[in-house]
Design a protein around this ligand. Structure first.
Ligand code: CU
Length: 303
């Protein structure tokens, strides 16, 4: 069984797809993320800017709660993973950073408030709108090559206090075309994900970390066909002719990993067609990717 880390989700997605393990990483996983313009960028949200250099993580000491535009600059020459988390009491920053660098998800992650965990390619600036409640957060970053499944290298960790109250309607503050909800090992897509640039809301109503890695498919399969196809790929058994397969193409989109209770909004830019959303994250202390428990959802983007 492949170990599934937060950092190497794209890679696992690639190996699940039977592709060679090559460092295409997020660059190609974000084909559906608009490069030129960001709809989120035009909303005028408060910008929470985080810069990651070889020397550490620069984050503001404090920030106001609310929907914010998280702007993460990767000023290193490495793929970096970053996280924004409010760890449970008794978890020191040293423990958080060391844990974040390890491939397996430690138990404390299930008790933490985790708005977002994501990757940034060398030199990339990542923008995600995040519903940020008050709390004592840690902003951590690690570096690693996308072709390594092993431990990554800690870069740094910085504390950040978020103060103030969220408005009652804060989770609806940003207009979105559709919502992808992470539940108990299942996705629910509310609304139709449109073709072209759009904002999609991503929310986690479960208790453990989830994400969606989205692959294009050749037709609209049933849930059972898609699940059976991924199971046979992950178990290394050849799939039948005409059966669901992820092929060799990299995913078209990887959402951030978010914890229970978290809400974010992402920019997307889908081509019309058929897709499958898959979660490769495992529960804390476990190695079984959620897709093996049925966390896969097929959907169509109408032209
Ligand atoms: Cu999951």
């Amino acid at each position: 069984m492949t170990k599934v880390s937060r950092r190497t989700v794209i890679l696992v997605a690639a190996s699940a797809a039977g592709a060679a393990i090559v460092p295409f990483g997020l660059a190609s996983a974000q084909d559906s993320t608009p490069v030129g313009g960001s709809l989120l960028d035009s909303l005028g949200l408060p910008e929470l800017e985080i810069t990651i250099t070889d020397d550490g993580v620069q984050a503001p000491d404090s920030f106001e709660a609310g929907p914010v535009l998280l702007v993460v600059n990767n000023a290193t020459a490495s793929l970096v993973s970053f996280m924004l988390a409010e760890p449970p009491d008794g978890t020191t920053p040293e423990m958080v950073l060391e844990s974040f660098a390890r491939p397996v998800i430690d138990a404390w992650w299930a008790e933490a408030n985790i708005p977002v965990v994501y990757d940034a390619m060398p030199g990339q600036t990542v923008k995600i709108a995040v519903l940020l409640p008050a709390g004592e957060y840690q902003v951590a970053a690690t570096a690693g090559s996308p072709d390594e499944m092993s431990e990554s290298t800690p870069i740094g960790i910085a504390p950040m206090s978020v103060t103030g109250d969220l408005a009652a309607d804060a989770a609806d503050a940003i207009e979105s075309a559709a919502t992808i909800e992470f539940g108990a090992y299942e996705f629910t897509i509310d609304g139709a994900i449109p073709a072209g640039p759009a904002i999609v809301k991503v929310t986690n109503t479960h208790v453990v970390l989830h994400h969606a890695i989205i692959f294009a498919t050749d037709k609209l399969y049933s849930h059972d066909e898609a699940h059976a196809g991924v199971m046979s790929m992950m178990q290394g058994t050849p799939s039948a002719e005409g059966a669901f397969s992820l092929g060799d193409a990299p995913p078209v989109l990887a959402t951030p990993v978010i914890g229970g209770g978290a809400t974010i909004w992402i920019d997307v830019d889908f081509q019309p067609g058929f897709y499958a959303a898959i979660c490769f994250v495992a529960d804390p202390g476990q190695e079984v990717p959620h897709v093996m428990m049925g966390m896969i959802q097929v959907f169509e983007v109408a032209g």
